[in-house]
Design a protein around this ligand. Structure first.
Ligand code: HEC
Length: 152
């Protein structure tokens, strides 16, 4: 019985997988206006900039660098979901449009996420080892967030 069911289910799944390759979500490849960007508006050391760019910008900016496997359905939908969702909450490419109060609040949230080890998402650091932050890197970024918050 099970064998019979599998004989039907497996081909159906495989055909579904093949067909799904013709579908892909809209990718995050927007215009980057440097003047609107967090790292243009706020002064950051090269060390801080490079941590934030490599660990956060794929999901919190208008442009994502996609790995090759990200083109395969349905992985692409799953990855795009994180990007769209991340950007909706926080978009460093649109920093210029955030009010001082909003900037302060978002930086505070960044500190919280880093302290709790919630960001970058675990599923991301599995495949992007460069985004796995050491305690020193987290502290550096958190101190920077605090210093920027003091401005607002
Ligand atoms: C793989 C995608 C991804 C990466 C990389 C990533 N984030 Fe996120 N981020 C998300 C998603 C999705 C959410 C919204 C859902 C949630 O809170 O889990 C989010 C939410 C947040 C929030 C909450 C914003 C709000 O208004 O609620 C902050 C703050 C944040 N991220 C900061 C960071 C920082 C700082 C980094 C880099 C150290 C980072 N994220 C890297 C996907 C990502």
């Amino acid at each position: 019985m099970l064998k019979k069911v599998l004989k039907i289910v497996i081909p159906v799944l495989l055909i579904g997988l093949v067909i799904s390759q013709f579908f892909s979500p809209a990718i995050n490849d927007g215009d980057i206006v440097e003047a609107n960007d967090l790292l243009h508006i706020e002064v950051a050391s090269p060390a801080v900039s490079s941590i934030i760019e490599s660990a956060c910008y794929d999901c919190h900016s208008n442009k994502t660098t996609y790995p090759t496997y990200a083109k395969i359905s349905p992985v692409n939908f799953w990855i795009q979901g994180h990007i769209d969702h991340g950007k909706e909450h926080l978009n460093f490419s649109e920093w210029a449009s955030y009010s001082p109060g909003k900037r302060k609040h978002k930086l505070e949230e960044c500190i919280e996420e880093l302290e709790e080890g919630e960001m970058p998402l675990k599923s991301y650091t599995w495949l992007h080892s460069e985004a796995k932050l050491t305690d020193d890197q987290k502290n550096l970024v958190m101190e920077w967030c605090k210093s920027v918050m003091a401005k607002y």
